[in-house]
Design a protein around this ligand. Structure first.
Ligand code: ADP
Ligand code: MG
Length: 369
């Protein structure tokens, strides 16, 4: 169902993304070892990743780094390895021979116990060694193994040099492909540092697949198809109005379709509920950042109100929160860009997500005070 709110897992529930899927498969076919899947929040990175992994037919492991980080407050190596292996074993469901061979390989590593699809660790173990073993297993079974870190930029908060580990694997373990996705595109770039001579992945090649929002026509078609699937007749006028407000951001279009088509709320109610939920989500997503500086709020508010130049944003922020020096202000602005909350184009600064923009414009700042 197109309007299912969970990230999609099946090809038939994924609208379009043909080219991106093809590019992903091509990278695997060419035995590339590093793929980046980029794009702002709610454009369907996790969905594309799920479908691509399952369509690849390869053994794969997928780790939701953001949720791992927030449930544990850190990402220790043994936890990451446990998740990695459990997900990999799960991907081999129904492929007894491969599964058995993998269990046999793993049980040779000291400190690892496997039972069914559960993996436990005891004592010291080395993640690099584990990856080496996976690489040999992949070579022997003539199957590339795909290791995906969804919202990988959170790995940088772990205190462990995972960038170094990934660099080592990308260079030395040819049968593994790493896929990193990131909504905070600038943060992910900083983390892997392909252009930064001080970082371990400097100068490496990565396949970058960037998700864009749907075009107007695609967005209209997406809603039309989704309602059709539910056997509902929704007027063209209503569909146009929804697209006008939500733009080509598939996450919002899906939520609208769900509220309107599955929950069957009237148009106005559905939009109201959508903006309520969007507000809660966006406040939550911003909370970590804005705890560091209340000025982040004022910058976002300034941009949401249509201030697009460096100086007009600064003027607004100073009016609300007092003087701030140029360097410090530029730093905050740059961070918001790296996190994907604002965008800088030749027309100046803007908020790439029109729903976020509308939510921010309506907030009393700072919220909750
Ligand atoms: P991201 O990981 O980029 O934040 P998700 O994959 O979580 O985005 O998708 C956000 C929402 O949009 C989910 O409800 C998902 O089901 C839906 N969605 C994303 N891409 C598509 C697509 N191509 N077709 C249908 N629904 C999609
Ligand atoms: Mg996601």
């Amino acid at each position: 169902m197109l309007f299912d709110l969970q990230p999609k897992t099946r090809r038939e529930d994924l609208y379009d993304r043909e080219e991106e899927l093809e590019e992903f498969m091509e990278a695997l076919k060419l035995k590339e070892t590093l793929i980046l899947l980029l794009g702002i929040r709610r454009l369907g990175k996790s969905s594309l990743l799920n479908v691509a992994l399952s369509e690849s037919g390869l053994p794969f492991s997928k780790i939701d780094v953001r949720s791992l980080y927030f449930t544990h407050g850190s990402i220790p190596q043994d936890l990451l390895a446990k998740k990695l292996l459990e997900s990999l074993l799960k991907s081999l469901k129904g492929r007894e021979k491969l599964h058995m061979e993998l269990v046999r390989t793993l049980s040779k590593i000291s400190g690892i116990t496997v039972s069914g699809i559960r993996v436990e660790f005891s004592g010291k173990f080395d993640l690099a060694e584990l990856l080496e073993k996976l690489d040999s297993w992949a070579e022997k079974s003539r199957k590339r193994v795909v290791i995906a870190f969804d919202e990988a930029q959170y790995l940088r908060l772990s205190g462990i040099r995972y960038d170094g580990l990934i660099a080592y694997a990308v260079d030395n373990l040819p049968n593994l492909t790493f896929v990193l996705t990131g909504s905070e595109v600038g943060m992910l770039h900083d983390f892997i540092g392909l252009d930064n001579p001080k970082k371990p992945l400097f100068g490496r090649y990565a396949r970058e697949i960037t998700l864009e929002r749907f075009s107007r026509d695609q967005s209209v078609d997406f809603l039309r198809k989704g309602f059709e699937e539910l056997g509902l007749k929704i007027s063209e006028g209503e569909i146009e109005r929804a697209v006008e407000r939500l733009d080509g951001i598939v996450g919002w279009l899906t939520l609208y379709g769900y509220l309107r088509g599955v929950r069957k709320l009237p148009e106005g109610e559905a939009l109201r509920e959508l903006f309520e939920r969007a507000k809660a989500l966006i406040l939550d997503e911003l909370s970590t950042l804005t705890r560091h500086s209340v000025r982040y709020w004022f910058i976002l508010k300034a941009v949401s109100l249509g201030n697009s130049s460096w100086s007009s944003i600064k003027e607004y922020v100073e009016f609300k929160a007092g003087r701030i020096n140029d360097a410090k202000f530029s730093g905050l602005l740059k961070n918001l860009t790296k996190y994907g909350y604002i965008e800088k184009t030749d027309k100046g600064y803007s908020i790439p997500d029109p729903v976020a923009e509308e939510v921010l414009r309506g907030l009393n700042l700072p919220p909750g005070k």
